[in-house]
Ligand binder design. Sequence first.
Ligand code: URP
Ligand code: ZN
Ligand code: ZN
Ligand code: ZN
Length: 471
Amino acid sequence: MKKVIKNGTIVTAVDTYQADILIDGEKIVQIGAELLTNGAEIIDAEGKYVFPGGVDPHTHLDMPFNSTVTDDDWESGTMAAAFGGTTTILDFCLTTGDDTLKKAVQRWHGKAEGKAVIDYGFHLMLANVDEQVMSELPTVLNEEGITSIKIFMAYAREFQADDRTLFRTFKLAKDEGALVMVHCENGSVIDELVTQALAKGQTEPIYHALTRPPEVEGEATHRAIELANVAGSQLYVVHVTCAEAVQEITEARAKGYKVWGETCPQYLVLDQSYLEKPDFEGAKYVWSPPLREKSHQDVLWNALKSGALQTLGSDQCSFNFNGKKQLGRDDFSKIPNGGPFIEDRFSILFSEGVAKGKLTVNQFVDIVSTQPAKLFGMFPYKGTIAVGSDADIVIFDPNVTRTLSAQTHHMNVDYSAFEGMEISGEPVSVLCRGNFVIKDKQFVGVPGSGKYLKRQKFNHDVIQTASVAKI
Ligand code: URP
Ligand code: ZN
Ligand code: ZN
Ligand code: ZN
């Protein structure tokens, strides 16, 4: 059945206008004034923004990590994402523990199938790029339509890759048209700082932040940038938290290096003092890189505004406080790293960015949807509202005020990192490929209806082109 969205204000990365949207099946087929409805279902968006569905380029659902596994799986995680206005996620497929990359990808398909309520793709996460991986990688990337690879410079005893591995990955990515995503922190120096802190009896959550200073993020960011450039490759720096890293990315981009950067909502609105909460509550805010001194927040906002950073990922990686977070009660280095952010990414950027005058509404769309779609080979099918695009649409009420809380969120986790925060705006209805997932704030989606996305290869020209109005 056809659907028509009427009376709303359509917002893309480049324009804001009043028009109707005609949806036929999974696609947007017409945009214009006073479209004839002819028996189509009419969706009234009076007084609302009509945004392209959010694209979250950074999630960890049902992922083994830090000797445990994340608490949101593909059903609760994607449902929460949909409530929050996100219609596509890109999740990290862990390849360690499987003897072939192909098996690892199959395992990840198994986690998502029958559960995902929105569309999704995978990044391939590599720890060790040996001969076997190098020979298998091109086939897996091509067959699976995976066009991004993740490397960690951190987590010394778990995933940390050495510089040779990093460099090999950049070389392969250049040849295969993939974007290399790097977690930039110097894992060896952090490991040493953690050992020293524990030897002094410094076991509380705040030492997580104090043993990972911003300088080790800046240093690793610099190294990743230079190695990518020597290899002639493209680099995407995940979860940028601090002035030191922003400066490295800004300088590299000014020199014409192919470098892009992501930050996350938690770094924009929370600071290091949260890790000092008493009674171990600081553990709720343990993730990596850590929260920083408040002064870094303005740097991140300015970087989003100026385009030095291009995207906002959630880095969803949830662990219950009265559960897995307790593993580190006597030793901060055993607290599973990560937090619940998938649901609030979109609305926090709107409220703190647009409603508070830091970003235009078009910049908001660009950061939360269009840029990730372009960088990760999904544009213009995802990331915009255009004739021919997938009908991934968020009808958003900018005029409501609400309070974020674990009492009302949909993530499978017993706390909110943003508990008590007052925000403006809320997704009212959310469609993924023409089907309602959220209708009038109620979940009406179907587990398993989310589609696996085979993505296009990294294409610098797509990133540089303006967001088109038509396909
Ligand atoms: O603490 C975090 N960020 N957990 C998820 C894994 C990662 O580093 O992205
Ligand atoms: Zn990371
Ligand atoms: Zn530098
Ligand atoms: Zn992550």
